[in-house]
Design a protein around this ligand. Structure first.
Ligand SMILES: [Zn+2]
Length: 252
């Protein structure tokens, strides 16, 4: 069966000397993996028609029993020129694509995820700062996956008089007093002070315009918190996240 759909390039891998395996995100079919035969031949119709983070019109033969389909045609719809000239935006876009390829389900309708990634790449292409775009994307991704952290005040803190040792419990995804019955013993937890909590709530609510000026130190704390949270709940190695931020932190 031939399928025509809009797809964003998530990954490109060598398959043979001249062929490539391309992983795409589509709205209707989620993650789709295709082989592009002869992609690197001098006269290939695919030359210049796809690259990382590009949005393309893709035609592929759907194979029912194999995970890898065969790409037949592809045409760029949005090739995002800024990502080809600004390395900071390119690094951020590559990370968004990598993260998406790890959470996207194969052959499953994924309209919300597609819209989210398309919006994130578009933001980077129009010159929005990479770090806040990444954090905004990660908060929105967790929400889309139904895994958003809960920053509501801890119920035990509300009843207790006086300050109690309260931390953010990673397994339960919410604030919990250390002595609470619901605090999982041995469960990983993170200290969250009032300033960080305010910043986290603001990022989650408004996508990155915390009340008052966001200091670089606070943004770094939000980034670290989110890294730990995703590590815990997405159950995947975040090497690409560390690499992306290491590049972005490096001053030219
Ligand atoms: Zn508490």
């Amino acid at each position: 069966m031939i399928i025509k759909t809009t797809a964003i390039v998530l990954r490109i891998h060598p398959f043979s000397r001249t062929s490539r395996v391309v992983t795409w995100l589509t709205s209707d079919f989620g993650r789709v993996v295709t082989v592009i035969k002869g992609a690197c031949r001098a006269k290939s119709a695919f030359l210049g028609q796809y690259d990382l983070a590009m949005r393309c019109e893709l035609l592929f033969y759907r194979r029912e029993h194999d995970g890898i389909h065969i790409a037949r045609e592809c045409t760029p719809l949005a090739w995002h020129p800024a990502l080809r000239s600004c390395w900071r935006s390119a690094v951020a876009a590559a990370y968004l694509c990598e993260l998406t390829s790890r959470v996207a389900e194969p052959m499953l309708e994924s309209a919300a995820l597609f819209e989210l990634l398309d919006g994130g790449i578009e933001a980077l292409d129009t010159g929005q700062a990479p770090e806040p775009t990444i954090l905004r994307f990660e908060f929105a991704l967790l929400r889309t996956l139904g895994l958003a952290p809960d920053f509501e005040p801890c119920a035990d803190c509300m009843i207790a008089s006086g300050p109690r040792p309260c931390r953010f419990s990673l397994p339960s995804g919410r604030l919990r007093c250390v002595q609470s019955r619901s605090h999982l013993p041995g469960g990983a937890s993170v200290a969250v002070d009032a300033a960080l909590l305010g910043a986290l709530r603001a990022w989650q609510r408004t996508g990155g315009s915390p009340d008052g000026p966001a200091t670089p130190a606070l943004t770094l704390a939000v980034r670290r918190f989110l890294g730990m949270f995703m590590q815990h709940h997405l159950d995947l190695p975040l090497v690409s996240r560390q690499a992306a931020f290491a590049w972005l932190d490096a001053r030219p």
